[in-house]
Ligand binder design. Structure first.
Ligand SMILES: [Zn+2]
Length: 410
């Protein structure tokens, strides 16, 4: 939950023009999957002289989707109510432990009267937002191709529900005035600006005069917003961006171009979503004049939760971005980007669908210890394959990017 103490060293919102030698896509080397081997690598070095340093740990996840099967999975016939807390129970600790947790809410909360539906036009029960709040999410981005699934009414009501639950949000707006305001959150004494944009809204047109209600990818707008974040003295700028080709595990040229642009304008963290599968991660050095800084780039964070069951679509990761701030110089640096591979388990309890986001590695052990009755042998095989897949996609030559092997409750 909430914004706790911690912080960053590093980089500061200096403006750097021009990025980017195309570091992407990296050569993917053959993965060594023996867990033992991986375990050896990881212990982070103790840093000396901690006095003047604060840490910031941001947790980010990808698309939060609610397909028909998920909607009905939370229905309790006896009480005629919905409850989705169960979905996130196995992963909750890691989200609550973050200084700030952010995800992409890819649906509307337009109320029962507008009928709850999954694909292709999403409207989920408000109880999902409550579960996300209690799971520890602090910020949900709402700019995506499903923002207008219940037109402007859906945008407005979604925002009202989030406001009521005190979940911060950005990317869609009720008024033109609000669309010009900036979400800046103070995390462990560091001001972080959050921005969100989408490539489009599935061809659903804006209500007349409500063109401001969804942030679309537009270079001028993004450039101005980032400049404004700096004027407002944001020390870090985090841009969520909804783009890319669905089901493709490498960024396309358009994604690369947009990422180059955002990075060149001075973003520090770029959180991609939309392809419904993972795409690689990088920490990129950017130079402008004599200044050098680094940018965290997650091209696509996959489906955090969905009912999509195909290979790569049911697997994702929870990303931990660790930053360090030197309190003497206010310099913020990127310490590491670690990830916990996740897998969405679909079981049935008394015939009713049951979806859970599982930390993959942990639940392989849980199954092997015969401690989870819901995971079948078939699930276990898929779970093992999905863990390999995630490791392969996210593998990096940068030693600061690696799987988080020691989990809180192990
Ligand atoms: Zn999308």
């Amino acid at each position: 939950m909430g914004i706790k103490k911690s912080a960053i060293r590093g980089i500061i919102g200096l403006m750097f023009l021009l990025s980017a030698y195309n570091v992407y896509p990296q050569e993917t080397k053959l993965l060594q999957l023996e867990e033992e081997l991986q375990e050896v690598n990881i212990d982070a070095p103790e840093e000396e002289n901690k006095e003047n340093v604060t840490q910031i740990n941001l947790v980010s996840v990808g698309d939060i989707m609610m397909h028909e099967e998920e909607i009905i999975s939370g229905y309790h016939a006896k009480t005629k109510t919905y409850d989705y807390h169960y979905m996130f129970e196995p992963i909750k600790n890691y989200i609550q432990n973050a200084d700030l947790a952010i995800g992409n809410l890819e649906l509307t909360l337009a109320g029962k009267e507008k009928k709850y539906t999954g694909y292709p036009c999403f409207n989920a029960p408000d109880e999902l937002a409550l579960a996300l709040k209690d799971t520890g999410f602090d910020i949900l981005t709402t700019a995506n191709n499903h923002s207008l699934d219940r037109r402007f009414y859906g945008i407005k009501r979604t925002i009202q529900v989030l406001d009521k639950l005190q979940i911060l949000h950005t990317g869609t707006f009720i008024t033109s005035k609000e669309s010009n305001e900036m979400l800046i959150s103070e995390v462990n004494g560091t001001k972080i600006a959050f921005l969100a944009y989408t490539y489009g809204t599935n061809g659903i047109s804006f209500d007349k005069g409500k063109e401001f209600s969804v942030n679309l990818i537009n270079k001028n707008k993004m450039m101005n917003d980032i400049a404004k974040a700096k004027q407002l003295e944001a020390e870090l700028i985090c841009v969520s961006i909804h783009f890319g080709d669905e089901y493709v595990r490498e960024p396309n040229n358009k994604q690369k171009e947009i990422v180059n642009f955002i990075a060149s304008q001075g973003a520090d963290i770029i959180l991609g979503s939309h392809p419904h599968v993972l795409q690689p991660i990088e920490i990129r050095k950017i130079k402008k004049n004599d200044e050098e800084k680094e940018v965290v780039i997650l091209y696509s964070q996959g489906n955090f939760i969905s009912a999509q069951r195909d290979r790569y679509q049911d697997a994702s990761a929870l990303f931990n971005i660790e930053l360090e701030k030197n309190c003497d110089t206010n310099h913020i640096s990127i310490k590491s980007v670690t990830y916990i591979p996740t897998w969405v388990d679909l079981s049935r309890i008394n015939g009713q669908y049951h979806f859970r986001v599982l930390p993959a590695k942990k639940y392989i052990h849980v199954f092997e210890a015969k401690k989870d009755a819901l995971i079948s042998q078939k699930d276990y095989n898929i779970l093992k394959r999905s863990l390999k897949d995630v490791r392969q996609i996210l593998m990096s030559n940068d030693t600061r990017i690696h799987e988080q092997l020691t989990l809180l409750d192990e």
